[in-house]
Ligand binder design. Structure first.
Ligand SMILES: *Cc1c(COP(=O)(O)O)cnc(C)c1O
Length: 341
């Protein structure tokens, strides 16, 4: 194995073409065996279901090098399960989770030279997705689909330490009750672009979305779930049917309870409760946890006591424990680490 000549620690979060990608076709009611190919371009009909009616779902996970030199991924079975659920909601034929994990392993193996070495903070981002590839003009599901997995090396999320961010309460909604907020679909991102561009233009890092029905409860940001820490060190995460079930968040809650002995609560979180919390973080695969220092709500500011300089102590402990488990420095719960090679 000869690693590619890449300056790993100066990589950003962008697309870099790697050597191989996995493709399986759905035709005549079944998925093909699947194969690794070199062509990074997708050729589909102008009237493909994905282009006309956004029939597509995706996943995101990382492959990385552990302290003892293995290439691994973190809980890919949960990504496979979630993709099954996302696909079913958009009338996309389910790609079985066992085959999903197999495809991820094959794609990472085939691009092993792009998996950044341990200690660089960089990782190989893995993007599995499915889209309707056959033509659809009357509104209905496509007859044919492609499941694909590609990889791209990405840099450390925090260059020079995780600084707390400032977020604002959004005037737009992310997800309707009984809608599609709980699935990982491009459509949930397309409609968030206006808000994120606007937030950035106004100097905010992210949008906090409230529940669409009452606008009194905290949901999530465009691409990460919330965790909050109370004065007595309880870890609280919002519960709602329109939140995307983050694997990072679920893992952090487990770590809080079983590794750190903290009390955990998965419940509705009122926006009016925010000022009672002492720490706040956003969790997702990309950053694991981004600390939130401040929430801006139409001229009012809610500042968490943890401040704007560094992560709060409980957030820091959660971050260190989960990344320690991922990097092979702390023993992982059974089944969390999938060794690829
Ligand atoms: C992917 C995603 C997350 C984070 O989920 P992870 O499994 O932790 O990466 C959170 N919210 C939304 C809307 C997402 O799409």
């Amino acid at each position: 194995m000869t690693k590619k000549n890449i300056d790993w620690s100066s990589l950003g979060f962008g697309y870099i073409k790697t050597d191989k990608r996995f493709v399986s076709d759905y035709k005549d009611g079944k998925w093909s065996e699947g194969r690794l190919i070199e062509d990074a371009n997708v050729v589909i009909n102008e009237c493909a279901g994905v282009l006309q009616y956004a029939q597509t779902v995706f996943e995101g996970l990382k492959a990385y090098t552990t302290v003892d030199g293995h290439i691994v991924t973190f809980r890919p079975d949960l990504n496979g399960e979630r993709l099954e659920m996302s696909a079913a909601r958009l009338e996309i034929p389910v790609y079985p989770k066992e085959k999903f994990v197999d495809a991820v392993v094959k794609t990472v193996e085939a691009n092993a030279d792009y998996v950044p070495p341990y200690g660089t903070g960089a990782t190989l981002y893995v993007r599995p997705y499915i889209f309707g590839s056959s033509s659809v003009i009357g509104v209905k599901p496509a007859d044919e689909y492609q499941f694909r997995v590609f990889t791209t090396p990405v840099g450390p999320y925090f260059k020079g330490g995780a600084k707390p961010i400032t977020i604002r309460v959004s005037d737009y909604d992310r997800a309707a009750p009984h809608g599609t907020g709980h699935i990982k679909a491009g459509l949930n991102y397309a409609m968030s672009l206006y808000q994120i561009v606007d937030a950035h233009n106004k100097g905010f890092d992210e949008n906090m979305y409230l529940d669409a029905a009452t606008r009194t409860k905290v949901e999530e940001t465009g691409g990460a779930n919330f965790i909050f820490i109370t004065k007595d060190n309880t870890v609280v995460t919002p519960k709602s049917d329109s939140i995307l079930p983050s694997i990072t968040r679920r893992s952090l809650m487990y770590v809080a309870e079983h590794y750190l002995g903290l009390k955990v609560e998965h419940r509705e979180v009122k926006f009016s409760e925010l000022s009672d919390f002492v720490e706040c973080g956003l969790c997702g695969t990309a950053a694991v946890i981004s600390p939130v220092g401040k929430v801006y709500d139409h001229g009012k500011e809610i500042c968490f006591p943890a401040g704007m300089e560094k992560m709060g102590p409980v957030t820091q402990k959660l971050y260190e424990t989960l990344t320690g488990i991922q990097m092979g420095k702390i023993e992982a719960p059974e089944g969390w680490i999938k060794v690829i090679k």
